[in-house]
Design a protein. Structure first.
Ligand SMILES: CC(C)(COP(=O)(O)OP(=O)(O)OC[C@H]1O[C@@H](n2cnc3c(N)ncnc32)[C@H](O)[C@@H]1OP(=O)(O)O)[C@@H](O)C(=O)NCCC(=O)NCCS
Length: 256
């Protein structure tokens, strides 16, 4: 089968979310081949990260991103050329009409969300320092979100905080303008795991969804359009690739 016939197609409103445990020991044997997938600029970044001890994770996450995105372009992973907007949001200039994507990393986990024809953002947060996060919650949340958070029973408050925060970050990342959009100027209100209300100056354009949450991680996406379907996949580049049965399996604990 040639590369073009293997190319993944995205139907209208379809979102594919891919995960990779970049600290999986099976990746270590592939590092030389991952290096061959990188551009000169990425190789330089890899060298710089050697000193900080983050080089292997960086290499694995670039190989993951290239392997995932190559499937939607019909190109080989090493052939992909990235560009980024003024705020650093990456895109594929040769495929920007047909492939939109965004990636997020935390604690050995990288997610990449892919769709077609509209902006997308993904975020994944690792849940640490509970009291510290809650004490600083009003730095991140709007007055309406703070009001809703205070109504939650104390034992569930941290989970709800992380849902709101991760959804807000996904929206910011979809807009692609970083923190130039003030966090207090928009609100994501929740009913359990569902977004019950989204208040922003362009709210009608967007759909925000919580993907998964466990005691360590929270993951969410924001899409500038209607989401028809979300599929979850796992990819360890050059090791294995599979579709997952449920969104919860995007998080490491659900897979182990
Ligand atoms: C985008 C941003 C919110 C992500 O923060 P984070 O929680 O630390 O990181 P995440 O793991 O969620 O996401 C990182 C990934 O998001 C993507 N990304 C980078 N900039 C982005 C942006 N402006 N919008 C959306 N996605 C972005 C990249 O794929 C990045 O991965 P990489 O570092 O491997 O390239 C943060 O980097 C930010 O605010 N950037 C904007 C900075 C800015 O305004 N710069 C102005 C330069 S003049």
């Amino acid at each position: 089968m040639n590369k073009a016939s293997e190319q993944r197609r995205l139907s209208a409103g379809q979102v594919d979310v891919w995960c990779c445990a970049t600290d999986d020991p099976r990746l270590l044997a592939k590092m030389d081949r991952y290096l061959n997938m990188l551009s000169d600029e990425e190789k330089q970044e890899y060298e710089q990260r050697q000193h900080a001890g983050q080089a292997e994770e960086y290499l694995a996450s670039r190989a993951f991103l290239r392997t995932v995105l190559a499937q939607y372009t019909g190109q080989e992973p090493k052939q992909l050329t990235f560009d980024s907007n003024d705020f650093g949001k990456p895109f594929l200039p040769a495929h920007s009409d047909s492939v939109s994507f965004n990636a997020a990393h935390t604690h050995g986990l990288t997610l990449c969300a892919v769709t077609s024809g509209c902006d997308i953002g993904v975020d994944v947060e690792f849940q640490t320092d509970s009291q510290g996060m809650l004490d600083a919650a009003d730095d991140y949340l709007s007055p309406a979100e703070m009001l809703a958070l205070r109504e939650v029973e104390e034992e569930g408050r941290l989970s709800v905080f992380f849902r709101s925060w991760t959804l807000k970050e996904a929206y910011l990342k979809a807009r692609g303008k970083g923190l130039s959009i003030p966090l207090h100027d928009f609100s994501v209100l929740l009913d359990g795991l569902d977004v019950s209300r989204f208040d922003a100056d362009d709210a009608e354009r967007w759909e925000l969804r919580l993907l998964a949450q466990d005691e360590d991680f929270t993951a969410a996406i924001a899409v500038a359009g209607k989401i028809a379907d979300i599929k979850a996949f796992h990819c360890l580049p050059l090791v294995e690739m599979s579709e997952l049965g449920q969104l919860a399996e995007l998080l490491p604990a659900a897979k182990s």
